[in-house]
Write a protein that binds this ligand. Structure first.
Ligand SMILES: *[C@@H]1O[C@H](CO)[C@@H](O)[C@H](O)[C@H]1NC(C)=O
Ligand SMILES: *[C@@H]1O[C@H](CO)[C@@H](O)[C@H](O)[C@H]1NC(C)=O
Ligand SMILES: *[C@@H]1O[C@H](CO)[C@@H](O)[C@H](O)[C@H]1NC(C)=O
Length: 383
């Protein structure tokens, strides 16, 4: 079955990618630590830690049996301080699926209290329509970067998702769509599978050609709809795996920048992320003729590991205190410095823990049951 194959392939790719990412980051990390020490330091963020101890982590309809999703209790612990959030609705992996509008509405209600931007990774299991429907029903101010998770060995997966995206755009219009991201960690996975490392090398160019065709096809699909506004088309990859060919063909690039995989401490993570992103992504992109806008696609800190061996990656432990330190140093400072980022991630994803173990399932601001972790959300206003 194509779908089974796709799922297995996606799982093992991501697992390999995580391993590869870890060692890659460590190498890059050691080089960059030096750069960071030499380079001008970024002033430490000043953060408020007003611990607001009110209860009620989950948002439900406020009054009795009120079923209007646009009426919901706001959690005073939440602030709209995040530029964006990385999100995958629970139950969005083929072939199992199992997501529900009810859960997505709950998630959108919570996320709308933290940000005005959400990015998705793929389109399977109707997640595109569910998110746009939830935004419609909750009437919240959220822009979505839709996604098409491209698998090198399964072109039908691309086409299936493209058709879902097309359908969702036709149904919901463009008011809440900020972009369509074609490919997530595609080059990282492609190179890892072919035991190569250079996205601009011969094998890298083979992989890039697959993406380039899909990016053009997505542009053609959008053009065929004669939409009232241009929808930017982008690509997402691990920070040091962007293909120059691909970046030259997109309107934006989403870059995963994880201090955790770079042997940094939680306290040093914000500065590391800022420097890495600027030097590895922003500066090279600015030299390309099309000048794609670069965003941090994922950045965060895990709050625990499922096994002792992965509880520390060289710098600090995976811990709630580490997440707090990273947020305190990164979030408001990145806002002030005009760094666009998607915090990773909205909630703990159980499937990742089941498949990969270690820290993979524990990056959420919220637990899997959508209660807020024991953290203080920075109180500043994101742009
Ligand atoms: C996808 O979600 C939308 C919004 O909830 C719904 O109207 C539609 O029927 C769903 N499609 C499928 C195939 O489940
Ligand atoms: C991680 O950083 C520590 C402290 O700077 C250093 O002693 C250690 O060798 C580094 N580990 C790796 C794998 O680079
Ligand atoms: C958050 O900041 C706003 C604006 O400065 C302030 O009015 C509000 O009291 C703060 N909230 C908390 C919980 O500190």
């Amino acid at each position: 079955m194509g779908d089974n194959y796709h799922t297995l392939d996606q799982y093992s790719s991501e697992k390999n990618a995580a391993r590869q990412r870890r060692s890659k980051w460590i190498v890059i990390g050691s080089i960059l630590v030096l750069v960071v020490l030499i380079g001008a330091g970024v002033a430490a963020g000043i953060i408020i830690s007003n611990r607001n101890k009110s209860n009620g982590g989950s948002s439900s309809s406020s009054k009795g049996n009120n079923k209007d999703p646009s009426v919901f209790t706001k959690d005073p612990r939440l602030h709209k301080s995040f530029y964006g959030l990385a999100y995958t609705p629970e139950g969005s992996l083929v072939p199992e699926c199992g997501n529900s509008l009810e859960n997505v509405i709950k998630d959108i209600q919570l996320m709308s209290q933290l940000t005005t931007r959400v990015r998705l990774y793929g389109a399977d299991c109707n997640q595109t329509a569910l998110v746009l429907e939830a935004i419609k029903q909750t009437k919240v101010d959220i822009q979505v970067f839709l996604g098409n998770y491209v698998v090198p060995t399964d072109h039908a997966a691309y086409e299936r998702q493209r058709d879902i995206l097309k359908d969702a755009i036709q149904t919901y219009g463009t008011d809440h769509i900020a972009g369509v991201t074609v490919g997530n960690e595609f080059m990282l996975n492609y190179l890892t599978e072919h035991e190569a490392t250079d996205p601009d090398g011969e094998i890298g160019k083979q992989g890039a050609a697959i993406l380039l065709a899909d990016i053009q096809d997505t542009r053609d699909m959008l053009a065929s709809l004669a939409l009232p506004k241009d929808i930017p088309v982008g690509n997402s990859d691990a920070g040091s795996f962007f293909s120059t060919d691909v970046l030259s063909a997109v309107d934006y690039g989403l870059s995963n920048v994880h201090a955790w995989f770079a042997n940094t401490t939680a306290e040093g993570a914000a500065e590391w992320v800022t420097t890495f992103f600027e030097e590895t992504n922003v500066q090279p992109a600015a030299l390309l003729p099309n000048k794609p806008k670069m965003y941090i696609a994922e950045t965060g800190w895990p709050t625990k590991s499922s096994d002792a061996g992965n509880a520390n990656n060289g710098g600090s432990d995976a811990s709630v205190a580490g997440l707090q330190a990273f947020m305190d140093n990164f979030v408001c400072q990145a806002n002030d410095n005009g760094i666009p980022y998607f915090f990773f991630e909205f909630f703990d994803e159980e499937w990742k823990d089941i498949q990969f173990g270690g820290v993979e399932g524990w990056w959420g601001l919220f637990n899997a049951d959508r209660t807020l972790k024991d953290i203080t959300i920075p109180n500043c206003t994101a742009p």
